[in-house]
Design a binder for this molecule. Sequence first.
Ligand SMILES: Cc1cc2nc3c(=O)[nH]c(=O)nc-3n(C[C@H](O)[C@H](O)[C@H](O)COP(=O)(O)OP(=O)(O)OC[C@H]3O[C@@H](n4cnc5c(N)ncnc54)[C@H](O)[C@@H]3O)c2cc1C
Ligand SMILES: Cc1cc2nc3c(=O)[nH]c(=O)nc-3n(C[C@H](O)[C@H](O)[C@H](O)COP(=O)(O)O)c2cc1C
Length: 645
Amino acid sequence: MANSLKHLFSPIRVKKMEIPNRIVMPPMGTNLGNPDGTVSEANLAYMKRRARGGAGLIITEISAIHPSGMAIPSELGSYDDRFIPGLKMLADVIHSHGSKAVLQLHHTGRESLFMLKAGKAIAPSPIRSLVFGMTPREMTREEIQELIAAFGAAAFRGKQAGFDAVEVHGAHGYLLTQFLSALSNQRTDEYGGDLSNRSRFIREVLQAVRRRVGEDFPVSLRLSAEEFIKGGYTVEDLKPLLPEWVKAGADIIHASLGTHGSPGGITSAPIEYPPGFNVGRAKRIKEIVNVPVIGVGRFTDLPLADEVIGRGDADLVAFGRQFLADPDFILKSREGRFEDVRKCIACNQGCIERLILGEGNIRCAINPETGQETLYPQGPAAVRRRVWVIGGGPAGLTAAWEAARLGHRVDLFEKEKEWGGQLRYAGKPPFKGIYQEWGAWLGAQARKMGVNLHPGVEATEKMIQEGNPEAVILAAGGEKIIPDIPGIDLPHVTDAWQILSGEVAPKKQVLVIGGGLIGMETADFLGQKGTQVTLVEVLKRSPVLKITSHGYMLHTRLREAGCKLLFDTAVKRIETSSVTILSQGAEEVLSPIEQVVIAVGLKPTENLKKFLESKGIRHFVVGDAVLPRRIIEATEEGAKAAWSL
Ligand SMILES: Cc1cc2nc3c(=O)[nH]c(=O)nc-3n(C[C@H](O)[C@H](O)[C@H](O)COP(=O)(O)OP(=O)(O)OC[C@H]3O[C@@H](n4cnc5c(N)ncnc54)[C@H](O)[C@@H]3O)c2cc1C
Ligand SMILES: Cc1cc2nc3c(=O)[nH]c(=O)nc-3n(C[C@H](O)[C@H](O)[C@H](O)COP(=O)(O)O)c2cc1C
């Protein structure tokens, strides 16, 4: 083990729980549970894969302490004894590689779409959900008492199921935060009013949990150290409350951040926030109370976490999405194989946003195994095939790596000299360099896995015919769309790819055609360089949703850079120094425009598809070559093609 990791790999004791190292896997909802809230095979397989990683402490995803508090209908339950056998299996799986197991106890309050729709959501006050925009019913005092007792009972079930500790979820805008925050609690009884009254619910929940689990059993309190919302509480507001919560039963403070209603998805922070950005709040909490504090927020590598522990800024460090991107990152780092760690790119596509947008169960855009552990073939394949992969973007590189892992003999052809396909451009806009790094990483990993790489070689019909592979995975991506607009051939008209690659230098007054991700990011790239950008999009609204964390940050930066976004607007004509647009039936001439940048997107590359079909060659078309979309579809389709060879 590298010396620099000695802080991280030192044990820490909390009551009778001896945690073997300072690495925490924080709670992450998976949506993998059975429909009745019991633990499923998929839950166990997902957790088993992560437990192998060697974290000191693993905290389960949310479990509902009461039927009124479920965020989704299939949320794991801890509100009834019938859940204990499944929870016991989960605790056993976590223990199987030496981690300590913590059950997270949760009540969602107003933040549940299906409860709101059914008119059943409850909260301290009837104030609209920030996430779903609907209003819950105010809780009665009897209901408050019932839920306090339910937290205690659920904690006791956790103990019965063999967990080493429980964590009370007091963060992220769920019921406990709703009581704490003046923005969601306008009660006039002893549970509302000043900060002390608003913190009473958390205090009484902790007391109830303590009563039920006994003095020796560790209890963690997860808090949003700061609400991160206009008018919300800050870490300084917690100063008088933290000692009371510790007295009431909290043995660990888990210092998370924000609510799901905070702008920009700060709870699972986007790429704009650097690794470890939130640890200052953990440090502040450590100055206030003398219990172990867990720091969390965009950690992806062990050396940084080791420094944090060494400096005493936190006692433990949680790696959330990094456990989704690469459950082996601890093992690889301990072996000194830092370059093999698949680093989370904080895109949130497969994880938190997929769950919040109701798109299905957990995935990871850069790790196709995540959430699909029960399907993931371990290999080797029964028949080793000779496979050609065409295209070295995320789809092709993932397909090639997976196929080689399963024992197939793989040749990968990429017509460019560099790996990554569109990632070579996706990595250029502000903060997105990690996309390009990931592309290069995929290339290096494919080589290590034994793929025969052919950079700078365009696969042709003739080559395929002569090479006669048993199967072809066509991951050739898309081609630029050039819109049919008068003036499109003028010399000052260029495209997003030429601008992003630096092939064409940006001018001062630029009009971007296309308000999808590529157009918006090109505008961002230009805006940060001081260019005056006007962006024109025919759709009524940007397909880049502000409710996604990246979308929010992107829209904010464009606004701050003074970029003019014209939706529901079409470009009619391009002239040497002006552009005529059509907006709501009226034409308008924009001038001066020194440069026009086309960013209307891509269409699938048709090259080779017909040939493969007509020759009856076994083949799979994957990623943008099917339809230009996102990296998550590219990696998933690439992997699935390899699995079905
Ligand atoms: C500026 C920009 C920003 C983006 N940002 C994001 C983002 O934030 N999130 C997201 O999810 N997606 C983003 N995307 C889209 C994402 O990059 C693509 O969806 C993804 O790269 C598609 O992967 P792919 O492997 O299917 O295709 P590609 O990445 O296009 O790779 C295809 C590869 O095949 C090669 N090729 C084609 N024909 C042949 C041949 N005959 N022989 C050999 N090689 C061939 C090409 O050279 C290319 O390298 C962005 C795209 C751009 C341009
Ligand atoms: C898919 C997903 C699900 C999450 N579910 C929970 C949860 O059940 N309980 C919780 O307290 N936090 C949850 N979180 C927040 C994480 O525990 C963590 O605080 C957050 O992702 C920031 O850490 P990271 O930057 O290391 O990912 C979730 C995050 C993700 C990505």
